[in-house]
Design a protein around this ligand. Structure first.
Ligand code: NAG
Length: 254
């Protein structure tokens, strides 16, 4: 246990110093890191983001001390799993995830030469536009691929088809696929009525819980598969939508 905490601390320090290096000194800011909805990106910007994400997913481990991690993605995944039970259902749910998304963004920019900012998934717009499967984030060419298929519900199209995850929550690490099982019923949690209710909350404690309950849960349960199974919920960071999911944690955290 102590050893695994040390590993987490080591990785956190590493990520923090990467972030710190990238933060301009006061007065030295020359351009904004402007985050946009996936829907608002050009095809070239989407392609560039996917390139950088694939680079990060396949990048050699950086911390080098997470058992079973074959790449940097596994290390980030481990970070989310390891701290998972302390950073969900508590008041720092939002700032912790906001920070993780920022760290991930800096890693894309510093290790994979990504010049854009972290995009986010505009759940509300996509919810109001039609079934979840039509969301641009699930496009097979300019997105993260679509629904899972077959018994294991592995995704079988898109740029992350065939990607193997290695870190699991609550059970022995093992190789497994990115799986999804769209659920339109749960997608309704992303509705405008629910978001308005969250925005109308007067207290922070009520607001973060509302975000957690509605738009955040919609992102997990409506996508299904690896991001919604109990044992894997904390494995969220291992799925592709993370980056973006990190922003599914978006409306809230970022
Ligand atoms: C979809 O999600 C709802 C809400 O969690 C759940 O009650 C229902 O069983 C799910 N449907 C399927 C087919 O899994």
């Amino acid at each position: 246990m102590a050893a695994s905490w040390l590993k987490l601390v080591a990785l956190a320090v590493l990520v923090v110093s990467a972030v710190a290096r990238n933060i301009p000194r006061a007065g030295a800011c020359t351009s904004l890191n402007r985050r946009k909805s996936w829907n608002a990106l050009t095809r070239a910007e989407k392609t560039e983001y996917i390139r950088a994400e694939r680079c990060l997913m396949n990048h050699a481990p950086v911390a080098g001390n997470v058992a079973d991690a074959r790449n940097l993605w596994d290390e980030l995944h481990h970070l989310h799993i390891g701290q998972g039970q302390y950073v969900h259902y508590v008041g720092h749910f939002l700032p912790w995830h906001r920070y993780l998304v920022r760290a991930h963004e800096v890693l894309l920019q510093t290790l994979c030469n990504y010049n854009g900012a972290q995009p986010y998934w505009d759940e509300l717009t996509d919810y109001e536009a039609g079934p979840i499967g039509r969301s641009s984030v699930f496009d097979a060419q300019f997105g993260f691929g679509g629904n899972g298929v077959g018994r294991n519900r592995c995704i079988n199209n898109g740029p992350f088809r065939g990607h193997t995850l290695h870190i699991r929550a609550g059970e022995a690490n093992a190789d497994y696929c990115i799986s999804r099982r769209f659920n339109q019923t749960a997608w309704a949690w992303a509705s405008r009525q629910n978001i308005d209710e969250c925005f109308a909350e007067r207290k922070y404690t009520d607001a973060w819980w509302c975000y957690n309950l509605y738009p955040h849960s919609a992102g997990h349960v409506a996508v299904g598969g690896v991001v919604s199974r109990d044992s894997e919920t904390l494995a969220l960071a291992g799925t592709l939508l993370v980056s973006i999911t990190g922003s599914g944690h978006s409306l809230t955290g970022v």
